[in-house]
Design a protein around this ligand. Structure first.
Ligand SMILES: C[S@@+](CC[C@H](N)C(=O)[O-])C[C@H]1O[C@@H](n2cnc3c(N)ncnc32)[C@H](O)[C@@H]1O
Length: 249
């Protein structure tokens, strides 16, 4: 049997938004690799696919790979190298391994670093990527906000980006999507105003899309100034230049 390393997108959190191809793959692979921020942290990604693994005739090996959240580049590179070796050794022995990732594997995901490390250090390892429904499209659907039409420009912005860069980017976009947004979004509103977004521009704030505790709020930029926004990693803001009256839910 030929081994392979497969990045599998499992969608944004709603168990019904996992693709047929992802489910099929998860039922067939020898091992499922799960990213974790530390060894004893529960894995949300694993809990989302638990029912799929339970339906298997032969249990899959579960490989818990730790990727701590640190800004120490050297430490991070060492960990990618360590985890890449674990994967490469198994693939060399003919095993198929699915690395699960929330949303899509190539959209702000730990998978990217791992797959780049494997491609560099172990070029003989066969790779495949199964795309997933991203949080971007899932949040837009829940808020019923079009992401782009006609000539509109969309910018995706990590909200911890430098404010100056946020301002520059905002000046060129019709739709802005702020990832990792909750704790910083209020501070971003004045920047949007400077970039020409009017008080009636549309804002959708989506927390825990498709997960327990989901919350969707849509309003104008002025409304958003008054919102109490709890800190939540699983949150996203979509801002559109077009008026809230057009995009009202
Ligand atoms: C590291 S990125 C992962 C993106 C993921 N790979 C994807 O394709 O959607 C994490 C950010 O995605 C957004 N996100 C992911 N899942 C979400 C959800 N269910 N609801 C709202 N935002 C979500 C949040 O902004 C979060 O901080």
């Amino acid at each position: 049997m030929v081994g392979k390393f497969i990045g599998v997108g499992i969608g944004p959190g709603d168990p019904e938004l996992i693709t047929v191809k992802a489910v099929k793959t998860l039922k067939l692979v020898d091992a499922v690799a799960v990213p974790k921020t530390h060894a004893d942290a529960p894995s949300m990604a694993l809990s989302l696919i638990k029912h799929i693994l339970e339906e298997r005739m032969k249990p899959a090996e579960v490989l818990e790979l730790v990727f701590p959240m640190t800004k120490d580049e050297l430490e991070v590179k060492k960990l990618w190298a360590k985890n890449a070796l674990v994967i490469a050794e198994k693939v060399e022995r003919g095993k198929t391994i699915a690395f699960i990732t929330l949303g899509d594997p190539l959209f702000y995901s730990t998978f990217i670093y791992l797959f780049q490390t494997i491609r560099q250090k172990y070029p003989h390892v066969a790779l495949e990527i199964i795309p997933g429904v991203t949080s971007l499209t899932a949040c837009a659907a829940r808020a019923q906000i079009p992401l782009a039409e006609r000539e509109e420009v969309v910018a995706i912005v990590p909200s911890d980006l430098d404010f100056k860069l946020i301002e520059e980017t905002s000046g060129h976009a019709d739709t802005l999507v702020f990832m990792k947004c909750a704790h910083r979004f209020k501070a971003i509103i004045p920047i949007l105003r400077k970039a020409g977004f009017t008080e009636n521009a549309t804002v959708a704030l989506v927390r825990r899309c498709g997960m327990p505790g989901e919350a969707v709020t849509v309003g104008s930029l002025t409304d958003a100034e008054g919102w109490v926004i709890p800190e939540d990693y699983f949150s996203m803001a979509i801002v559109k230049r077009s008026e809230f009256t057009i995009n009202r839910r």
